[in-house]
Design a protein around this ligand. Structure first.
Ligand code: GRG
Length: 300
């Protein structure tokens, strides 16, 4: 392996530089309720959106724009939309009917703090506003905006994030992996890879990416989703082997740590190769390559 987490300087420098404008745009675009609606809605919205997220998905959108020759700053509205979708997925995922999580981003989860009813409303408000923000990106054609919007619909819907989460729910209820599909691992990655695909893809679409470039970026996103899921499974295996073995038959459980690590390396090398073969050397390409390493070899 050429790069490990300690060598991800270009990526973290990029994140550090982009973060102030991302945080400002998040604040400026919060879908706040008007003054006359005196509920806790706005407090709840600010509580979850302005919490301590890594903001990797908006960064992906900016890098998606840059790798096809566009400017990251110009796609900021849609980068914010991606963070809103991500945040709404975290809110829904934490609900008692899903993952029942009491904590998120180092704080009490939104529904525990403000109630399930308000948490659901905040999640919907964020999604709703994300679909509108795609039309706020200036210096791009109406065709690009419509194409980006269509990509969002597809990545969030039943063939993406929502469908992927339904697989997770079925597995949590004890469905046998093979009864869901032979392509079990790929389907398990759907919820993660869909959002990565959306993040990179809409930045690129709004920056005039051509069809061939989009195909390459979609493949990269798919591999990243696969790597993320596999590294997650490896971390689970590390933490609580018993529970996991009884629960799901993942690749990591079936084949063991050594094989899973080999496969993880293979996927990451493939992902990097896809970019290196199809895009010239650039800062954005280097950052995306480092992001692949980060996702695969993260420790939490
Ligand atoms: C319709 C939006 C919507 C969702 C319905 C609930 C659901 C379907 C999907 C859940 C998807 C989910 C929560 C996937 C896990 C994503 C993930 C890897 C989260 C952690 O990302 P980090 O580490 O988190 O980047 P921060 O907090 O830094 O942003």
């Amino acid at each position: 392996m050429e790069t490990k987490n300690e060598n991800l300087t270009a990526l973290w420098q990029y994140v550090e530089t982009a973060k102030p404008s991302i945080e400002k745009a998040l604040r400026d675009n919060l879908p706040l309720a008007p003054r006359f609606i005196e509920t806790e809605f706005n407090d709840a919205l600010e509580y979850i959106v302005l919490s301590d997220g890594k903001r990797l998905r908006p960064v992906l959108t900016m890098l998606g724009a840059e790798i096809v020759g566009g400017a990251g700053e110009k796609v900021l509205p849609v980068a914010i939309a991606v963070e809103f979708v991500h945040t709404s997925s975290l809110i829904f995922d934490d609900l008692p009917c899903m993952d029942n999580a009491g904590e998120r981003r180092g704080k009490v989860s939104l529904h525990e703090k403000f109630g399930e009813d308000l948490a659901i409303l905040v999640g919907i408000a964020l999604l709703n506003s994300a679909y509108g923000l795609v039309f706020e990106t200036k210096n791009t054609s109406a065709e690009n905006q419509i194409a980006a919007h269509r990509e969002m619909v597809s990545c969030i819907g039943a063939s993406g994030l929502v469908g992927g989460q339904s697989v997770d729910l079925a597995l949590a209820k004890g469905a046998n992996s093979m009864s869901i599909s032979d392509e079990f691992e790929t389907i398990r990655n759907l919820k993660t890879s869909s959002l990565i695909r959306m993040a990179i893809g809409i930045g690129a679409i709004l920056s005039n990416a051509n069809r061939a470039q989009l195909t390459v970026l979609n493949r990269f996103a798919e591999l990243l989703g696969e790597a993320y899921q596999l590294s997650d499974d490896l971390l689970d295996l590390e933490e609580d082997k018993e529970i996991f073995i009884e629960g799901q038959k993942t690749f990591a459980v079936n084949k063991g740590k050594v094989s899973a690590n080999l496969r993880l390396n293979e996927i990451i090398e493939k992902a990097k190769h896809v970019l290196v073969e199809n895009f010239p050397v650039s800062k954005s390409r280097n950052c995306l390559i480092q992001l692949a390493d980060y996702l695969a070899y993260r420790e939490v």
